[in-house]
Ligand binder design. Sequence first.
Ligand SMILES: Cc1ncc(COP(=O)(O)O)c(C=O)c1O
Length: 375
Amino acid sequence: MNPWHDEFPQEAGLRYLNHAAVAPWPRRASAAVCAFAEQNLRVGARDYPQWLQLEQRLRQRLARLLNAPSTADVALVKNTSEALSFVAFGLDWRPGDQVVISDQEFPSNRVVWEALRPQGVEVVEVDIAGSDPEAALIEACTPRTRLLAISAVQYASGLRLDMPRLGAGCTERGVLLCIDAIQQLGAQPFDVQASGCAFAMADGHKWLLGPEGLGVFYCRRDLREQLRLHEYGWHMLEDAGNYDRRDWQPAKTARRFECGSPNMLGAVALEASLALLEEVGLAQVAALIEQRIARLHAGIAALPGARLLSPQEPGRRAGILTFALAGRDNGGLFEALKKEQVVCAQRGGGIRLSPHFYTTETVIEDTLALLHRLA
Ligand SMILES: Cc1ncc(COP(=O)(O)O)c(C=O)c1O
């Protein structure tokens, strides 16, 4: 019996292996949104103070998930890309400054830095396919490097990097570490303090099992006031809610990055999803994901012509397993899988599978059986 069936009563026959893209919601998130809709229908925002309490709980959950020192260090944002933009367009660049990134980044974590070229910022792309990607990244930092921007887990290969090691390297060289954590947060424990990173960001719709359109931005306390603000409004003011006051200053907390009314609908769903993740516990979530990835790995390695495009060592991966079959039309294989209700993605020249902690053995074994039939 699947212990999480009540929370994930997915359609029979559905093989959902796409949490690295957009995840399904647990039942409690769906129920919370239904209740919120009903409340809006019946009494509107009469009980707004309760909504604010829920939003506060969400901030606390996110701060715990990131191991941020305080909720004052996290802002609720639209998505990862927005938070990356806050950093890129908030720092005071000097011509000749360098930003180091890897050659495997999702477009959001490349384009935003390339957009600084008119300000004289140089983007240095590092090949991280070798045996020591952290060393490659740290060695690429020169005295001109201001910031290293990196995904904790690469979206296509699933390669997981050692953030504390990168953080130590950055600190030694006086480089700011900016972590796109979207492919790790909710799949593995994550700790902004262990890495000493300057910034970290993630969205809710992947491993956090929430909706699209609500993410989190961690900004280290000592850097908060160094980021130039580009969005202004009532909500980001220190004395927000005092609409009669004419003098103002930005909030001392990370709320300064939240210009106007919050995405309360998203907060309702994400708060519920995070409650589930916290109940299961991130250590257990990570262990359960690794069991599923290991089984998929073993099954796929036995396919004729299988080429694993993801790291083989458990310490180097999180929830992503990408593979291709040599001599096969992998696009055709992807379409065939889709017809059989295997929800996955084509990434990095292969097929990307991404189970979550609740993914059943049946889903894993059926998918492997299908692959053996189709290969
Ligand atoms: C590593 C990585 N960064 C950023 C994003 C985009 O995130 P958002 O839509 O929250 O900006 C994705 C989405 O696939 C991703 O995999």
